[in-house]
Write a protein that binds this ligand. Structure first.
Ligand SMILES: C[C@@H](NC(=O)[C@@H](C)NC(=O)CCCC[C@H](NC(=O)C[NH3+])C(=O)[O-])C(=O)O
Length: 351
């Protein structure tokens, strides 16, 4: 089906609403065929008063999970990892349940508890306690396995950062190389993603970037500048830094088979509904969103202290959108920002 034209005015209306709800700034880039829309407003740096622009780099949070999945699926295609084998076959230290397969990690059905539930129960104190910390994968996994599983392996979908921390450990143990090197050699370099990096545990962003501001649980308190952090609590589950142009290029490459062979791509894009009305789904390291105009788009969302991200593409890679608001711990902003998908793919304009 041909898509309605994108609505730049719809995007601007969404960004305006996001700012009214507390975001210091917002940016969106739509690539539609050869047409590019770059839309930004508000501040990239509140203290300096620097205006936001659509090319600035930012922390993409869980969009990292799609990058990690591409590396893993390349290993599957190379015959080095079997999706339906026990993850324990590939780990230096066994998970408590041998029935957890590699696939369960990729589709959030392992039942492994998400350690961030405890780590960030109190948002700002939790963040301040870890922002300069460096964790090993095993330390994060141990935080998770101290809790009972949320479900038996395969029995239910339960989103958990732990799954992609285990996948990071699995990839490093299997290849003997760091995640950073794997991302660089298998994705960043081949695609020429010059605005994308994995600098864990370095705390600083380089080049032109947006600063991020996390909101306190007590919303009467001022925003906290959360730009500099190791992101070691997230690593292969959320520590990539990128920008809207690179994310749009990445997801176009994923769905057009530029990064993983057809068999593995089919697995990634096999979506299972995860909400009641089926408008939200999950494949392997990919979220699916079915929009009001009937199109299903593929990509991922991201939440890391100071940054909300949406990055999605049509199945054929012809239209992609990435949007970011530089605040977090503000569900209203996160939900509003999701409206850029409707504007970009369905031409919806709330004004
Ligand atoms: C959900 C999202 N997941 C991610 O991006 C991962 C990397 N982030 C998280 O799990 C949120 C960590 C806490 C953020 C903090 N929240 C709190 O501390 C809440 N007490 C904040 O909002 O800054 C996704 O897949 O889209």
């Amino acid at each position: 089906p041909t898509l309605p034209h994108p609505s730049p005015t719809g995007v601007l209306a969404v960004q305006k609403q996001a700012m009214a709800a507390g975001a210091p700034g917002a940016l969106t880039r739509i690539d539609s065929g050869s047409t590019v829309y770059r839309l930004a407003m508000g501040k990239a740096d509140r203290a300096a008063g620097t205006p936001m622009d659509a090319d600035r780099r930012f922390r993409v949070g869980s969009v990292t999970k799609s990058f990690t999945t591409v590396v893993l699926m390349q290993l599957v295609a190379e015959g080095r990892v079997d999706l339906d084998a026990p993850a324990n076959d590939y780990l230096p230290q066994a998970l408590p349940d041998d029935r957890i397969t590699v696939r369960h990690l990729l589709n959030h059905r392992s039942g492994l508890w998400d350690y961030t539930n405890d780590m960030f129960y109190n948002t700002v104190p939790g963040f301040e306690a870890v922002r300069n910390k460096v964790f090993t994968y095993q330390e994060l996994i141990d935080l998770s396995t101290a809790h009972a599983p949320t479900n038996q392996p395969g029995a239910a979908y339960s989103y958990s950062n732990t799954n992609f921390v285990v996948l990071g450990q699995l990839i490093e143990h299997t290849t003997g190389m760091s995640m950073g090197t794997q991302y660089e050699q298998r994705i960043f370099k081949p695609l020429g993603l010059k605005n994308t990096s994995y600098v864990h545990p370095r705390t600083t962003l380089t080049g032109s970037y947006a600063r991020g501001y996390v909101r306190d649980d007590d919303t009467t308190l001022p925003l906290v500048d959360s730009t500099e952090q190791t992101a070691s609590w997230a690593q292969s589950a959320g520590a990539v830094i990128s920008n809207s142009a690179d994310l749009n290029r990445f997801f176009a490459a994923v769905v057009s088979g530029g990064l993983v062979p057809p068999a593995q791509l089919r697995e990634m894009m096999s979506l299972v509904p995860v909400n009641a009305d089926g408008t939200q789904s999950y494949g392997l390291g990919l979220r699916g969103r079915t929009l009001s105009c009937g199109v299903t788009v593929y990509g991922h969302t991201g939440t890391v202290q100071g940054y909300y991200t949406y990055a999605f593409t049509t199945a054929d890679g012809k239209r992609r959108v990435s949007s970011m608001a530089n605040t977090s711990n503000n569900g209203t902003v996160n939900t509003i920002l999701g409206g850029t998908l409707e504007a970009a793919f369905c031409g919806t304009d709330p004004t």
